[in-house]
Design a protein around this ligand. Structure first.
Ligand code: SF4
Length: 227
């Protein structure tokens, strides 16, 4: 598997777990707000050998609870299931971060009990992905992934990075409808040196409080982060 980044410890990326996180190389989306834009393209970049990760994990048995597989988009990796299986055989929990574009692979991972937690990004109204993901993925596939995850019986969350220039309150409400009643986080966009589009803006604290108030009335399951 193509691994372009590895963080030995994270207390933030796997809810209630102590984990490490690895970032796979490449993505099938081109989000202008991507915080990991360095992982997209750059096929000649030096990658981290899988053996290095397994060596580290061997030494961390009993210390780490799990491994977060993030990206890039992990499901574009052809050998993702094989890699995860090895991690599971070592006794670690696995959390997968995904953009939901590959429901077939998600189904395989769920059916074979290879994932313990899935976090899926819902980037926009499903028919309007182009304006935020730079591509127009199959709406059917995105819906399939949402339904698979909702009904998987495993821990999961959905989340949307909300961007002031793109997501108005009506769009946000519409996105919330896709996962009504399920765990859903709205997280404020943050501009940074890794973000390609420097014109994108985050919501102010006051605006987030307002959004939170409106959304909570209709969707009490939704949590607005970074207020
Ligand atoms: S799907 Fe994720 S990794 Fe891929 S471009 Fe978008 S934000 Fe970046």
């Amino acid at each position: 598997m193509k691994i372009a980044g590895f963080q030995k410890l994270t207390l933030l990326d796997y809810p209630s777990k102590v984990a490490c996180i690895l970032f796979t190389q490449g993505c099938n989306f081109k989000c202008p707000y991507c915080q990991n834009s360095g992982l997209i393209g750059h096929e000649n970049e030096v990658l981290i050998p899988e053996e290095e990760i397994f060596e580290y994990l061997k030494k961390r048995k009993g210390v780490l609870d799990g491994v977060v597989v993030s990206g890039g988009e992990p499901t574009v990796q052809k050998d993702l299931a094989i890699f995860i299986k090895k991690v599971k055989e070592m006794g670690f929990l696995v959390k997968l971060d995904t953009n939901g574009s590959n429901p077939d692979l998600l189904k395989k991972l769920i059916d074979e009990k290879l994932v313990d937690y899935i976090a899926m990004d819902i980037k926009n109204i499903l028919t309007l992905y182009k304006e935020v993901a730079g591509v127009s993925p199959s709406v059917n596939k995105l819906e399939e992934s949402i339904n698979l995850i909702k009904n998987s019986g495993i821990d999961h969350e959905f989340r949307t990075t909300i961007i002031k220039n793109i997501h108005d309150i009506n769009k946000i409400k519409k996105i919330c409808e896709y996962v009504d009643g399920d765990t859903f986080f709205l997280q404020n966009f943050e501009q940074s040196e890794n973000v390609c589009d420097k014109k994108l803006e985050s919501f102010s604290t006051e605006e987030l409080i307002k959004i939170n108030k409106i959304i909570k009335k209709e969707f009490p399951n939704v949590t607005v982060r970074r207020i």
